[in-house]
Design a protein. Sequence first.
Length: 304
Amino acid sequence: MAVGDTITAARYNIIRARIAAVLGKGAGDEGYGQAITSQTVSVGATVTAQDMANLFVDINKCRVHQTGNAVTEIAQPSIGDTVEDSNTTTKEGYVQYEDLSITAQSARLNFASNQVGIESGESSSRTADWATDINHIVTVTFPGYSVTNGDGTTTAMTGEDHMRVFFNAGGAILFRGTIGSGNTTINNDWRNLMTSVGTVTFDRDNTSNGSVGTSFGFVNLPTGYTTIFNKTASAYSANDYLIEGKKNGNVLSFRITFNEDKGPNPNFDEAVTATTGSIVECKRPNNINSVNIGKPTFNTTNNL
C-alpha cells in the first residue's frame, strides 16, 4: 500500500473488532465490559482521521489498564491528518495501530496495580468464647449492568458477564482473619496462624496468600463447596483456617471456617477467648478513564 492511499474499511474493522473484543463485552477470557468509542466503518466508506482517533481512545484504555501508562506506540490523529499505511514518525499509521491492537489482545489478562483498588465487602466478629468450629458464610452477587457505546447502541451485561469481565480485568475477592488480645496459648496460636495467613486472594485462576493456595479460581470453581484455601496452626496442628467456595450463575458463595479440632489440654478443652474476626473485601478495576467495573454485592448469610 502506497503512502496516501485510502485505508479500506475492511482493514480498519479488523483492528476495531480485535480491540472491541478486549475492551467490550467479549467472550471467555476476552472482555472488560466497557463501552466502545470506535464504530464499524461501512464497506466502501472512507476511514477518516476521526475514526482512527476513536480507535485510539479504545486502544489506549486497554493499554492503560494493562500497563498503567498511556500509549506511546501510536498517536491520535487530528482532523485533516493523512492516515498512512505505516508511519513510524507520526505513529498514526495503520500498521502501528494493528501492532498495538495485537499486543493489547495478547496482554488481555494483564493489569497494572494502579488500575485496581481494594473496597469493603462484608465482615463478621465474634466476642463469645469458642472451642468448636465457627463459620462465616458470604455470598458475592454480580447484578449485571449496561453500557452505551459511541455509536449510540447499548450493550447489556448479564450478571454472569459482569462476573466474567470483573475477573478478566483483574478483579479479586480477598479474605483475612483477625484474633484480638488475649495472652493464652490457644489465643496466641490462632493469632499467629492469622498472621501467617495474611490476605488470601481469590482471582480468575487461583486462590493464594502468596505462598500457600490452590488452583481454584473463578474459571474453574465448581457448583458445590470446594476447598480453595487451607492452612494449619503451629502449636495446635489440628486447628486450621479453611476457605471453601462455590459458583452458581452470577453468585459466588464462600464458607470461611475457623476449625477448632484440637483435643483437651490435657484435662479440659481450651477455648479461644479473644475476639475473632473474618473480613471479606474485593479488589476492583476502578479507573473511570480506562476500565471501571461495578462492585458486586456482598451479603453475610452466617455470622461467626
